[in-house]
Design a protein around this ligand. Structure first.
Ligand code: FAD
Length: 292
């Protein structure tokens, strides 16, 4: 089923992101996790695409198994980093052979050690070009990334949303956002996007904080800020893994319920390949709001 049809129902859609484990790990554990997440009846599971070469092949393999064996809709992420149009075409053809028809089209981050993104000769500078390319060659549904607090390379949120509109005008039919911890950023972002004529579903991405030591990494990678009150609470309990997890889960439930109440088309959970915590959160949500 196409992503655009998944979001065209009158229900709010729950979906999950997983990432391919390093090549030294077998995939069994991940598939156990996905099978457990399946009990929550997600609209789809998306599979990230590695920044470097290491896990890239695994994205197709995992997305394929999700749709063909677990019988769940899958979305494959794809980036333009260190690759050419011809290589991207090969991956897209492979996805097609594996019945995958939903793509999250991304530019990707500069490779480790580089500060600026530079395209390969015969590659793409921006995600909108990948969207155009997929739209022209495949009859698929395409999602793109949105940034409620702006993208780290562009301090001007308004301009960044203009570029988001370019991705939608190029053929994207769903926006999935970067994680954030303060819903007001999402609501402001959604209002600006609507005013600019972006009419596709804008799906908030949610990351539960489960580890105090990961906070700095989360902030530096995502550009998201943590509300003072939440940070102080986490800081106070930083020596207890259990307390941090409890606070993170409670906060994610509160955040997600507020978003549901404010008529989001769905919630996309960054699961970090963990099912137990994700199940606890999703089971505590006030689902069932009809959107139409
Ligand atoms: P773009 O939309 O191309 O934007 C990149 C930058 O260029 C922005 O600063 C934008 O303002 C600017 N820009 C855009 N268009 C133009 C233009 N025409 N002219 C001038 N400037 C322009 N990364 C991975 O490596 N693998 C993943 O699987 C992955 N999954 C993700 C999933 C989600 C939901 C999100 C939100 C992000 C994900 N990322 C992933 C991270 C993403 O690759 C990075 O944030 C990357 O730096 C930007 O990608 P983009 O597709 O948003 O780029």
């Amino acid at each position: 089923m196409f992503l655009r049809d998944i979001y065209n129902k009158n229900e709010q859609v729950i979906s999950f992101e997983v990432f391919p484990p390093n090549k030294n790990y077998n995939l069994e554990e991940l598939f156990t996790t996905i099978k457990e997440l399946k009990s929550l009846n997600p609209g789809y599971v998306s599979v990230t695409y590695g920044a470097g070469g290491g896990t890239r092949d695994r994205t197709v393999e995992i997305a394929s198994k999700i749709i063909n064996e677990l019988k769940l809709q899958s979305v494959a992420h794809l980036t333009c980093v260190n690759t050419t149009k011809d290589n991207l075409k090969k991956i897209l053809d492979l996805l097609k052979e594996n019945n995958i028809q939903n793509i999250l089209a991304l530019r990707g981050d500069p490779p480790v050690g580089q500060t600026n993104y530079t395209k390969e000769i015969g590659g793409f500078n921006y995600a909108f070009q990948l969207v155009e390319f997929i739209k022209k060659n495949y009859d698929w549904s395409i999602a793109v990334a949105g940034y409620p607090q702006g993208h780290q390379e562009n301090k001007n949120l308004d301009e960044d949303i203009n570029y988001l509109k370019m991705k939608v005008d190029s053929g994207a039919d769903v926006i999935i956002t970067q994680l954030f911890f303060d819903n007001d950023y999402f609501y402001k972002f959604r209002d600006i996007a609507l005013k600019k004529g972006i009419n596709v579903p804008i799906v908030p991405g949610i990351l539960p904080i489960l580890n105090f030591n990961a906070i700095n990494k989360i902030i530096s990678l995502s550009n998201a800020t943590i509300p003072d009150k939440l940070f102080k609470k986490l800081e106070k309990h930083q020596n207890s893994k259990e307390d941090i997890e409890k606070i993170g889960i409670e906060y994610a439930i509160e955040q997600a319920n507020d978003l549901l109440k404010n008529m989001v088309p769905g919630l996309h959970f960054y699961t970090m390949n963990k099912s137990k915590q994700t199940i606890e959160i999703v089971n505590a949500l006030n689902k069932g709001i009809l959107l139409k």
